[in-house]
Design a protein around this ligand. Structure first.
Ligand code: NAG
Length: 223
């Protein structure tokens, strides 16, 4: 074997090794992984808690606003299909807990990204109403801001536990804009009702998944 061949073998082995290292998981018990995941998760959880609280209150505000017109059809089954239900991340059974955790973090990123447009439209469309529901609009703005912060927080966590992670940046498309802008009031109210219920559902899911992930990645006690 010539020295050139040997060098090539060495280089290709190094490249292989480098790839392995760049996707290496960084479990919290490994002291060579710097930084404090516990704090990162606490930060993310404070945001997801705020999002959950605000979206709960948004739905409450909305239901109060329309309460004086009872018996309408839109309240039943409105959330049976959310735009975010159309995506699902399927995991092979044999994957490790760590890989599953990373997929859950990506799922949170995808859900957060999927809510950006609908929230913007809610703010715009509600703001156009004659008697704009200012409380709901204010909460939608808070949720939008908190979601951007949470995305950043999740990215930092991913960067820590999975250096070299490539984020999947395609988001489920929300098709509710036409209904939201419809001249048919029932249709508008139905669209809003669905949206607030779906948002509440997703916020709960994000918050509870983050709690699980913190237990898995940041500490093992009390989970
Ligand atoms: C949201 O937070 C406020 C202030 O902490 C609290 O009073 C309210 O009960 C919370 N709402 C929900 C639905 O948890």
């Amino acid at each position: 074997m010539g020295s050139g061949t040997l060098l090539m073998l060495l280089v290709s082995n190094l490249v292989l090794w480098k790839n392995v290292v760049s996707v290496r998981l960084c479990p919290s018990w490994d002291s060579s992984c710097q930084g404090n995941l516990n704090n990162m998760f606490d930060y993310a959880l404070s945001l997801s808690h705020e999002i959950k609280n605000q979206t709960d209150e948004m739905l409450n505000n909305f239901l109060q606003d329309i309460q004086y017109k009872p018996g309408r059809w839109y309240l039943d089954g409105a959330q049976s299909s959310c735009h975010t239900s159309t995506f699902a991340i399927l995991l092979p059974e044999e994957e490790t807990k760590q890989i599953k955790g990373i997929f859950l973090l990506q799922e949170i990123l995808t859900m957060l990204g999927a809510w950006k447009d609908p929230l913007d439209h809610v703010v715009t469309e509600l703001g156009r109403m004659e008697e704009a529901p200012t409380a709901i609009i204010a909460r939608a703005n808070i949720v939008g801001t908190a979601m951007v912060g949470l995305q950043e927080g999740i990215r930092r966590i991913l960067g820590k536990i999975y250096p070299g992670f490539k984020e999947f940046e395609e988001y489920p498309f929300w098709k509710g804009l036409a209904s939201l802008q419809s001249s048919d009031e029932d249709l508008r109210v139905f669209a809003l009702s669905s949206l607030f219920q779906c948002l509440k559902r997703d916020s709960q899911k994000i918050d509870s998944n983050l709690k699980l992930l913190k237990c898995q990645f940041a500490y093992a006690r009390g989970c």
